[in-house]
Design a protein around this ligand. Structure first.
Ligand code: SF4
Length: 376
């Protein structure tokens, strides 16, 4: 298989606290291909956003990032210097943060904020020395005839902001939530990145604006071949937009599959629980299904499967470390011991042929990461 655009191998992100280490991301591996929309879905606290920040090199102390590799176009980002990371961040891999109001600078016009990125990372260079930047930011503003300003206006137009010349001269507080989110997308695009990591980009928006923003992200993929890592808790958003999806729980990946496969053949008990909890049109259930129990304490996670205490199918093998098993069809991987070849499921009960099952687990974990194929 050819090299993927972005590959994450065995990523661990840990935060030291007085009570002990919080294992926010606990050994995940995945890949993102050119022009692909890859979704990471999971409930709050599952480690999705920390995964994004770890890739971007934005985890500060007391956080620690350890991984076998985080490769972008074959280069391991863990070996990059801070200067190199600054140019990759934004220039090659851009991030759209969850909350535009706290991510945009309230005292700069939105045009200025986009033009600044175009000057630093795109091919729209004017002087970027410190004094010129300060003068531009706080005294004169970017000249409206300059290439970077024109680029900012063009990008506001690209992301569907009406009257972009006027809007470029406005401040964030003058724009609606949907417009601010579009400004964030325009800012990410100004660097002409190959990958956009979008962390819950539509959480604060109503459904019609959400649909427009998601359409925008898809058209970026179609027009510019940009890959998107879409982080969301919303399975409906995943279904509409993603080519492949990974389901995350307690800092670990539970299931990864092409989106259609995941919805047609959900295999992991956690994925099934999530899907059952979605309300449907003409739903005649009096109560929606829910997953009983709580996410485990990430400081003191149980050995084996972290979903064990909430899983109706749990059996004795679930205390063993999780490994990936092949699911239905290409690229489908499930981290659940029900899929161990030495396990027989009879109705609600799963029984393992103990020695054989353990041997299979050892073989699959020894095979190195990613398990069950080129990459999970
Ligand atoms: S490994 Fe066991 S506890 Fe975990 S999801 Fe599968 S059956 Fe349930």
């Amino acid at each position: 298989m050819s090299e993927s655009l972005l590959e994450v191998e065995n990523l661990h992100t840990t935060f030291g606290t007085e009570r002990g280490d919080v294992h926010a991301v606990d050994g995940i591996s995945f890949r993102v291909e050119e022009g692909e929309v890859f979704g990471i879905v999971g409930e709050s606290g599952s480690g999705k956003s920390v995964t994004a920040l770890s890739i971007m090199g934005l985890v500060d102390a007391p956080g620690r990032v350890d991984a076998d590799a985080i490769r972008y176009r074959g280069e391991n980002l863990l070996d990059a210097s801070e200067n190199e990371m600054q140019s990759i961040r934004g220039g090659e891999i851009a991030m759209i943060f969850q909350d535009p109001m706290s991510s945009l600078n309230p005292v700069m016009t939105v045009g200025e904020q986009i033009a600044e990125v175009a000057r630093h990372h795109g091919d729209y260079g004017e002087s970027t020395d410190f004094l010129s930047e300060m003068k531009r930011k706080y005294v004169t503003g970017t000249a409206t005839g300059s290439r970077s300003w024109q680029r900012a206006v063009e990008l506001l137009d690209t992301v569907g902001i009406p009257d972009p010349e006027q809007r470029a001269q406005e401040y964030p507080h003058q724009l609606s939530g949907g417009m601010k989110q579009r400004v964030m997308i325009a800012q990410a695009l100004a660097a002409e990145p190959s990958v956009i990591v979008a962390d819950e980009p539509t959480t604060a928006l109503d459904v019609t604006i959400e649909a427009q923003i998601l359409d925008e992200l898809l058209s970026l993929r179609d027009e510019f071949g940009v890959s998107v890592v879409l982080i969301t808790h919303d399975l409906a958003v995943v279904r509409e937009t993603c080519d492949r999806v990974a389901v995350m729980y307690a800092g670990e990946l539970m299931e990864t599959a092409p989106t259609r496969t995941l919805f047609e053949h959900p295999s992991h008990p956690y994925t099934n629980g999530l899907l059952k909890s979605i309300p449907k049109v003409n739903d005649d259930r009096e109560w929606l299904d829910s997953i009983e129990g709580n996410v485990p304490d990430l400081i003191d996670k149980p050995a084996g499967c972290p979903f064990r205490d909430r899983c109706d199918s749990a059996f004795e093998l679930c205390q063993k470390p999780l490994v990936s098993y092949p699911g239905e069809g290409v690229d489908h991987e499930v981290r659940c011991h029900l899929y161990n070849d030495a396990v027989e499921v009879d109705g609600d009960e799963a029984v393992a042929v103990a020695d054989d099952a353990t041997e299979i687990i050892e073989q699959r974990s020894d095979a190195g990461r990613p398990v069950g194929g080129e990459s999970l």
